[in-house]
Design a protein around this ligand. Structure first.
Ligand SMILES: [Fe+2]
Ligand SMILES: [Fe+2]
Length: 171
């Protein structure tokens, strides 16, 4: 069994917390949008919340696999009120950028510890963050180009359909 040191274990558990926090933040954004009848944007954010929970569980499972204890964290109350879709997407992009930073620091830690198992495990997250930042960056561009939020809804509806079709195809 791979030896994961205490520092790395703590750092991975910090990431578990960040992923659950991101899940709750996206859930709050989704319900806010749902309350404004922006159903496609809401669906997109509900899916983001589910994905972040999956990320957290991926880390939890890894810790179990290497014989270390995952800790399931308390989560801070997410922001519940927003000025509009633009503020939500800007906050999301900022959140993804800070998660990317945290993942890169975990990779640095794994390299320092010569922890090849954790290094290899983390590469999936490195790729995932490139995708996440690209998705939110694109969504922000669309919002800036749109004349109103209904155009954004229209765009996101297509994004959701494409994503669902991809999901059915199986990854
Ligand atoms: Fe994530
Ligand atoms: Fe994310």
């Amino acid at each position: 069994m791979a030896m994961i040191n205490d520092t790395m274990t703590t750092a991975l558990n910090d990431q578990v917390r960040r992923e659950f926090q991101a899940a709750q933040n996206y859930l709050a954004m989704a319900t806010h949008l749902d309350g404004k009848s922006l159903e496609s944007l809401a669906a997109f954010f509900y899916r983001q919340a589910d994905e972040e929970r999956e990320h957290a569980m991926k880390l939890v499972q890894y810790l179990l696999d290497v014989g270390r204890s995952p800790s399931i964290p308390a989560i801070e109350c997410p922001q519940a009120d927003f000025c509009g879709a633009k503020e939500i997407v800007e906050a999301s992009l900022a959140q993804e950028q800070s998660v990317t930073q945290a993942i890169h620091e975990l990779v640095d830690e794994a390299l320092t510890a010569k922890d090849h198992s954790t290094y290899q495990f983390l590469l999936w997250f490195v790729d995932e963050q490139v995708e996440e930042e690209a998705t939110f960056g694109k969504l922000l561009d669309i919002i800036e180009m749109s004349e109103n939020v209904l155009q954004v809804e229209h765009y996101v509806r297509h994004m959701n359909t494409a994503e669902a079709a991809e999901g059915e195809g199986g990854e």
